[in-house]
Design a protein around this ligand. Structure first.
Ligand code: GAR
Length: 196
């Protein structure tokens, strides 16, 4: 069986691109059927369109509440018979109402070695800034299942990345993406899809 995958995005979508590129090689047991963005002009939507993948945009402000936003997302995901949901730079918190609907069916990629530099407020460049401020010498990326605790679900895979003298948040973000996230996320997606 090939799992039906939806990827949820908010920004540039380089992790989405890594998943698209992995289809047919690393990612064999699932297919990306849908990309959903909560940001109308996210570049990730262009990447999906170029790859011939259907897209949807769901904006919380337009729907008026978190509950209505999550209802709409669930309606779209269930309407498309989605098996696995991958959060790839999806910069909004999901409540238990949503996460409990898909137990062990939602994956997230986070740009640190959880439990370091994670939880509410730790996203994007802020994570790398926090690692540099603390002075750790090793960081990395984590792929985990999503539950009601931000970045608190069971860990699926992790990969360490060295921090080097002179790193800025931007330089470190690029290294963590290249050496960890873009490799780890397709591998973890395959592992979960293969076990369905
Ligand atoms: C990635 O580094 C991802 O790990 C991070 O945002 C970036 C999105 O980049 N996600 C989080 O911080 C979630 N807490 P992308 O849009 O190019 O994939």
């Amino acid at each position: 069986m090939s799992a039906r995958i939806a990827v949820l995005v908010s920004g540039g979508g380089t992790n989405l691109q890594a998943l698209i590129n992995a289809q047919g090689s690393v990612l064999k047991s699932g297919k990306i059927e849908l990309v959903v963005s909560n940001v109308p002009d996210a570049y990730a939507l262009e990447r999906a369109k170029k790859a011939g993948i259907a897209t949807e945009v769901v904006v919380k402000k337009e729907l008026g509440s978190q509950a209505a936003f999550e209802e709409k997302l669930m309606e779209i995901l269930d309407g498309n018979r989605i098996d696995i949901i991958i959060l790839a730079g999806f910069m909004t918190i999901l409540t238990e109402k949503f996460t409990a609907h898909y137990p062990k069916r939602i994956l997230n990629v986070h740009p640190s070695l959880i439990p370091a530099f994670c939880g509410e407020g730790f996203y994007g460049l802020r994570v790398h800034q926090a690692a540099l401020d603390y002075g750790v010498k090793v960081t990395g990326a984590t792929v985990h299942f999503v539950n009601e605790i931000p970045d608190g679900g069971e860990i699926i895979a992790q990969k360490a990345v060295e921090i080097l003298p002179g790193d800025t948040p931007e330089i470190l973000q690029k290294r963590v993406m290249e050496e960890a996230e873009w490799i780890l996320l397709p591998q973890a997606a395959e592992k979960v899809c293969a076990q369905l």
